[in-house]
Write a protein that binds this ligand. Structure first.
Ligand SMILES: Cc1ncc(COP(=O)(O)O)c(C=O)c1O
Length: 410
């Protein structure tokens, strides 16, 4: 056992921890029965000292691996300086973070928040305000178009435009002002856009839906429709962004630029919640003092971490590894010709393995994989999602494929 674990030796067994969690916590998740105490790169260790490969990376929030030395160091240094000032004052990390983020996104202005859902809420508010101030949409009429099977978070407004009954059901009344079109169908978008449409909100690749890559050319058509109709093209890159698909942003695969990015998850280095929207000065200037914000948004600790993450992304090293190992993993899984597998899809180090209906659901396979030392998670009933930290090596990918072949081959 490593030095870290020896210092904080857990006194309870995995079973006891799970019991505590289930007894005193809300049952809003259905975790695999594993209790983690330590992480290093793509590896995590449970209470009993068993090692697992983390093939989920906290739903893509740990893109650079657990305990990335430079990111941890940036956090530690900032911890000893100042961690929270609120936006009542400036701090010495937020301005440099904004500048670095503008350089990374090619945008002009940033509004920082904490969670992804808050980033999406920020995008919605900004788009609506822009619609009224700049597009002259009549007050209260702004429409935002979203996609079927979308996932953008869990707030009451965001679930109002979810098409997933379990995300939405029982939580009404719902926020009006949203229209759903079929994901991947540019014609449906063109038909839905009208004079009151402020924005089109879309995941360049749908994550929670099961790593759904839209038809080639879709995002290019989206760009054209949005430009032709003065509609904001908002790309939710909270999960698809920051190297996951082999490029810094997934929209790059089609060579398009949105009017606004929403960024979250991995920008916090797996340490702090940090999210933001990145857009043009003309768009973001519709938000005035007192109209939006968050006590923790733009705090110096998160910003110091975000700056380090951006510096790491600028080297392109993780994007390249996501391309190389992603292709390798995809090739190896395809070559394995596993009987229960209907389809393997994805991009970079983001893979959805669709299980044929007559081979049962994905969950029991994830449980078996856990027992084999590989942690991944089902999404919906039939899909196993693989999203390892982007530092995974080909050798480690081989290790994973060996387990996947054993479990899915049986
Ligand atoms: C595309 C997308 N948008 C938004 C969110 C919500 O982020 P958070 O859970 O940090 O609120 C997620 C989370 O999975 C996501 O995948």
């Amino acid at each position: 056992m490593s030095k870290k674990a020896a210092i904080q030796k857990p006194s309870l067994s995995s079973e006891a921890h799970i019991e505590l969690c289930e007894t005193y916590g809300a049952h809003n998740y259905h975790p695999l029965p594993v209790v983690l105490v330590e992480g290093d790169g793509v590896w995590v260790t449970d209470v009993e000292g068993k090692r697992y490969m983390d093939m989920l990376a906290a739903y893509s929030a740990v893109n650079f691996g657990h305990g990335h030395e430079a990111i941890v160091l940036a956090a530690k240094e900032q911890l000893t300086r100042v961690t929270l000032t609120s936006r009542a004052f400036y701090n010495d990390q937020i301005g440099p973070f904004f500048k670095d983020m503008c350089e990374l996104t090619g945008m002009e202005a940033i509004l920082p928040m904490n969670t992804g859902a808050e980033g999406v809420e920020t995008a919605i508010k900004t788009a609506r305000k822009w619609g009224y101030v700049k597009k002259k949409i009549p007050d209260g009429k702004a429409k935002i178009i979203c996609c079927s099977e979308n996932f953008h978070g869990r707030t009451t407004t965001i679930i109002s435009f979810s098409t997933d009954p379990s995300a939405r059901g029982g939580f009404g009344p719902y926020t009006p002002g949203f229209e759903i079109v079929k994901y991947g169908d540019a014609k449906a978008l063109a038909k839905a856009v009208d004079a009151n449409t402020a924005a089109f909100l879309v995941e360049p690749i749908q994550g929670e839906a099961g790593i759904v890559v839209p038809p080639a050319g879709y995002l290019k058509e989206v760009r054209k429709i949005c430009s032709d109709t003065n509609t904001l093209f908002i790309a939710d890159e909270i999960q698809s962004g920051l190297g996951r698909t082999g490029t810094t942003f997934a929209v790059e695969h089609e060579g398009v630029r949105p009017d606004m990015f929403i960024i979250g998850k991995a920008i916090g280095g797996g340490i702090m919640p940090l999210s933001c929207i990145a857009t043009s000065r003309a768009i973001l200037d519709v938000i005035k003092p007192g109209e939006h914000g968050s006590t923790f948004g733009g705090n110096p600790l998160a910003c110091a971490i975000g700056r380090k993450v951006i510096a790491i992304l600028k080297t392109g090293e993780f994007q390249k590894n996501a391309r190389d190992v992603g292709e390798y993993l995809f090739g190896a899984l395809t070559a394995a010709k596993l009987k229960p597998v209907k389809e393997i899809r994805g991009r970079g180090l983001w893979v959805g393995i669709v299980i044929k209906d007559d081979f049962g659901k994905a969950r029991p396979y994830c449980e078996k994989l856990m027992r084999e030392g590989l942690l991944c998670k089902e999404t919906h009933d039939q899909i196993i999602r693989l999203a390892p930290p982007l530092c995974i090596t080909k050798k480690e990918a081989d290790w994973a494929v060996e387990r996947l072949t054993r479990v899915l081959g049986s």
